[in-house]
Write a protein that binds this ligand. Structure first.
Ligand SMILES: Nc1nc2c(ncn2[C@@H]2O[C@H](COP(=O)(O)OP(=O)(O)OP(=O)(O)O)[C@@H](O)[C@H]2O)c(=O)[nH]1
Ligand SMILES: [Mg+2]
Length: 122
């Protein structure tokens, strides 16, 4: 009976969890995107001042609930020496958001290279 009830409880209330990587070059706007998403989708989240965001060394984790899904965002640092860590997270994630600063034309090809990094490691 317990198993039946706990199964029913989970079916009704438990959200499906998905892990989503946020990747892109340093300064592309990944952490800003994450903060904006949390502010937009989490009613009680007050959000940090965007001007206080500094470069990410390591990763930021953020959770956003959308309908019956819970998205766990992993925002990784984009600096060149951190890019080699990205592929460690691929196996664990369900999806990837790749952020590009479209106004930074000088770095578009660098961004393309970084995107292809798992296929063609340096
Ligand atoms: N104007 C404008 N500035 C932005 C936007 N998104 C991010 N920025 C600015 O770009 C800078 C870098 O943003 P971050 O979110 O820290 O970039 P990041 O991709 O997380 O960088 P790393 O953590 O170093 O990998 C900050 O000064 C942001 O305020 C945007 O959509 N528009
Ligand atoms: Mg960041």
């Amino acid at each position: 009976m317990y198993t039946l009830l706990s199964g029913l409880y989970k079916y009704v209330f438990q959200k499906d969890e998905y892990c989503v990587l946020i990747l892109g070059l340093d300064n592309a706007g990944k952490t800003t995107f994450l903060e904006q998403s949390k502010t937009r989708f989490n009613k009680d989240y007050r959000g940090m001042s965007l001007s206080k965001i500094t470069t990410t060394v390591g990763l930021n984790i953020g959770t956003v609930d959308v309908g019956k899904a819970r998205l766990m965002f992993w925002d990784l640092g984009g600096q060149e020496e951190l890019q080699s860590l990205w592929d460690k997270y691929y196996a664990e994630c369900h999806g990837v958001i790749y952020v590009i600063d479209s106004t930074d034309e000088e770095r578009l090809s660098e961004s393309k290279q970084a995107f292809a990094l798992p296929l063609y490691p340096r």
